[in-house]
Design a protein around this ligand. Sequence first.
Ligand SMILES: Nc1ncnc2c1ncn2[C@@H]1O[C@H](COP(=O)(O)OP(=O)(O)OP(=O)(O)O)[C@@H](O)[C@H]1O
Ligand SMILES: [Mg+2]
Length: 445
Amino acid sequence: MIYKALTIAGSDSGGGAGIQADLKTFSAFNVHGMSAITSVTAQNTLDIRAIFYLPSPMVKKQIECIIEDIGVDSAKTGMLGNEKIIKAVASTISKAFKKKEFPVVVDPVMVAKSGVYLLQESAVDAFIKHIIPLAYIITPNKYEAEKLTGIKIKGKEDVKKCAKEIKKLGAHAVIIKGGHIGENATDILFHKGKFTEYEGRRLRGCTHGTGCSFSAAITANLAKGYNIEESIKIAKKFISTAIKYGVKIGHGHCPVNPISWIAIEAEKWKVYEELKMAVNKLLNDNIIDLIPEVGMNFAYALPYPYAKEMKDVASVEGRIVRAGEKARGGEIKFGSSRHLAKAILKAMEHNREMRAVMNIRYDKNILKKAKEIFSISFYNRQQEPAKIKKQEGATIPWGIEQAIKRVGKVPDIIYHEGDIGKEPMILILGKNPEDVLKKLTKLKI
Ligand SMILES: Nc1ncnc2c1ncn2[C@@H]1O[C@H](COP(=O)(O)OP(=O)(O)OP(=O)(O)O)[C@@H](O)[C@H]1O
Ligand SMILES: [Mg+2]
């Protein structure tokens, strides 16, 4: 079964919102995305420079073509722009509406984050009259809810009042988004006479395109057959992820990352497979002498921008240890190493490409060889400031930072000579586990 969702919206040349965000979001939910473009905007992360509205018959034709041949499981409207387009869209989808062919999510896009009006003032009445009654669910933000009702939103009670008023305009369900309301970004749904709150921690991240991606996520999940409440629950989780892993580009409001929803899972699998293969190779090799007292480990982080915390780094659970004449290692698990995870996350702050690291026993001869063929640096644990020493888990990031600063880049090798009760250690860093293994082979004496 292939689910198909249609977006009727404007193009954002910067790729952060509008049609572009909608199609990425549909893909993230494994839904086939289709589009009827209403307008073309010339915009980037800073502002919208120009808007060109497509002739309304062309908008109409796009929708008709899609319905006639491919079929639609759910649709959303975004930027509609002017009265002519509003009427064309309404007349086209009202036929489907009457036959209950597919649900329509209406995102009443009126003003952009940069303050530019995306719905002509003269078109607001037409929007209320022709589009809102077709909405299975409408998704206004604070300003749109205020504009549609004339009520000023100061708190939750005002939000609820607004939702009831908007429902009276003919929408089946209303969700007022909390992106611009209150301490938490809580969205409030009014459906079948009942309010449901979708709480979310307010995140600091990229927020260009939140509204479009959120309504597209609801649309995609409706297409798959989830009900309104379930679709919103999923969409809320999705948008938080997309904000957290936003794409840091441009000089203004950076866009959300809809693809993060699937990319993280896909990358996790790749990391797991690559590391597992490398660890198997390593264990089959004669490495007993390379294992330090505290055990050896091999860690591999998710790529940028997905590597943020320990849980984003895979390693060998329980470390690689000596078992008689052989080396033995546990399962590959995310979040199972503290030390190496911290080391590689710190290294990635300086060079995103360096994602893998292994620790081996400190050995003067190995270091001598390393100095001949690799870039190498160190840190001195005896110079660790008292403040860092006291702070749980701060030593490694501090040390790695020192070592990187010393040579002005992330080197192949970082070592330290220990401290009282601390075993000296050598770290081998690389782009991936295979890269680290190659370096290790070159170091073997
Ligand atoms: N800083 C944030 N932290 C967490 N969630 C957020 C944040 N900003 C927005 N959201 C969530 O994103 C979704 C979209 O809400 P928002 O109010 O930003 O829409 P919008 O103003 O229409 O966005 P846009 O300007 O992209 O059209 C909602 O689920 C909202 O709770
Ligand atoms: Mg919006």
